[in-house]
Design a protein around this ligand. Structure first.
Ligand code: NDP
Length: 448
């Protein structure tokens, strides 16, 4: 609930201006609730108009992407890049290609990214972009032509010192390769303008694994500090079967847990013996197939149509790793009824506000997305460092830095939660810790 007058006033203004962007409003409201004790303690933020400024992107770029399909027909999509906040570094955040992409979705993701990037301790501002292009069912050549058309416009607005995009839903190694190639061709410049690049052309080891591994490092540390517990012997439910879900599954299993589900937008598989991550990699990373095929290949595994059933599977820990608002109140109640004690978010904003209220009411350990999934952008930041140094660190070096960043995010979140009177609250702590650094930089840099 918003009770602070300053916070309420700014939120009302956001509602008035952006009332047609429900995901953005949801993200702002969640953050603003947490920031009330912060602005009460720091009246200088109101004087400097920090909240009014932080909800307004520095720049929104929206453009036509015209490309030709394999039949020779012209297709037109919309492209977006929201350059949200550059107070602590160049804009940084992924590109999402999905039919549900619109300005409000990109703004919610970009807004979250500001605080997430701040939490990583690395110098990165917040940005996000993408298109309503749907790569499902498209040939490689079509994806390449789309990526080239997209970058032909985007390349005017980005650069290694201004804005460094990465991947997100449906933007993986293949797409980043095509986007990088087109940037290099047009700008005649070989620089670290994108992260998530192939290892042959400036990518970082462990970037592919980073978000999923990071979610598990975060969860393990929060479990250790707050409950004196670990992944060992736990049953874990994971949604999604993309980049984040696959590597969260792999790491949770390495840490001694049994992951029993993965899903895609059609349905989920339940494997009581534990998900075989190599089978998921083969289906999703190599064949670009559907998760249903897992049950056809692994004896004893079941496939169920529909996404929300995954939350009815009994578990100790749930790691949502698919998309926004995938857990509503009913699904959260199903999780609690199934014995779940921990929810840490691999996807961005996977829990509705009502679902979060259910976690809080039932005393679950809740790790919010901007903290729990910050490992991806953290290793993107490390990729930028390696590109600047013109050298590559080993997998173990990057992995060790990732682990230490995730542990520091837990520590900083808990420190801030305590400072603002909400001891143990990882959500309030993440929002407060991420915000204060950005707010101080904004105040120091004057009215921009
Ligand atoms: P991928 O494209 O690799 O995988 C996405 C997965 O989620 C797929 O299994 C997909 O199923 C499923 N999915 C997508 N949209 C929906 C939907 N509307 N309903 C149900 N399932 C859906 O993306 P990532 O793994 O990279 O991203 C997953 C989440 O993690 C996103 O919220 C993203 O923003 C977040 N994230 C990603 C980071 C990264 O480094 N990649 C970093 C931080 C956060 P299907 O194949 O059927 O579409």
């Amino acid at each position: 609930m918003l009770t602070n007058e300053y916070v309420k006033r700014v939120y009302a203004q956001v509602e008035k201006r952006d009332g047609d962007q429900p995901e953005f409003l949801q993200a702002v409201q969640e953050v603003f609730e947490s920031l009330q004790p912060v602005v009460e303690k720091h009246p200088e933020y109101e004087k400097a108009g920090v909240l009014e400024r932080i909800v307004e992107p520095e720049r929104v770029i929206k453009f036509r992407v015209a490309w030709t399909d394999d039949e020779g027909k012209v297709q037109v999509n919309r492209g977006y890049r929201v350059q949200f906040n550059s107070a602590i570094g160049p804009y940084k955040g992924g590109l999402r290609f999905h039919p549900t992409v619109n300005e409000g979705v990109i703004k919610f993701l970009g807004f979250e990214q500001i605080l997430k990037n701040s939490l990583t301790t690395l110098p990165m501002g917040g940005g996000k972009g993408g298109s309503d292009f749907d790569p499902k069912g498209k040939s490689d050549a079509e994806v390449m032509r789309f990526c080239q058309a997209f970058m032909t416009e985007l390349c005017r607005h980005i650069g290694q010192f201004t804005d460094v995009p990465a991947g997100d839903i449906n933007v993986g190694a293949r797409e980043i390769g095509y986007l990088f190639g087109q940037y290099k061709r047009i700008r005649d410049e070989y620089s670290g303008v994108l992260t998530g690049k192939g290892l042959e052309f400036g990518g970082s080891l462990a970037r592919t694994e980073a978000t999923g591994y990071g979610v598990c490092y975060y969860t393990a540390e929060a479990l250790r500090v707050l409950k004196g517990d670990s992944f060992e012997g736990k049953t874990v439910v994971i949604s999604g079967s993309g980049n984040v879900a696959i590597y969260a599954t792999e790491k949770a299993e390495q840490l001694g847990a049994k992951v029993v589900t993965v899903s895609d937008s059609n349905g989920y598989v339940y494997d009581p013996e534990g998900i075989k991550v190599d089978v998921v990699k083969q289906i999703k990373e190599v064949e670009r197939g559907r998760i249903k095929e897992y049950a056809e290949r692994v004896p004893g595994a079941e496939y169920h149509e529909g996404c929300s059933g995954v939350w009815t599977v009994p578990c100790d820990i749930a790691l949502p790793c698919a998309t926004q608002n995938e857990i509503d109140e009913k699904s959260a109640e199903a999780l609690v009824a199934g014995g779940c004690k921990v929810v840490c978010e691999g996807a961005n904003m996977p829990s509705t506000p009502e679902a979060i209220a259910v976690y809080q009411k039932n005393g679950l350990l809740y790790g919010p997305a901007k903290a729990a999934n910050a490992g991806g952008v953290a290793v993107s930041g490390l990729e930028m460092s390696q590109n600047s140094y013109r050298l590559n660190w080993t997998f173990d070096e990057v992995d060790a830095k990732l682990k230490s960043i995730m542990e520091s995010i837990v520590a900083e979140s808990l420190k801030a939660a305590k400072e603002y009177g909400h001891e143990g609250d990882l959500m309030l702590g993440a929002n407060a810790a991420g915000f204060v650094k950005v707010a101080n930089a904004m105040v120091a840099q004057g009215v921009l």
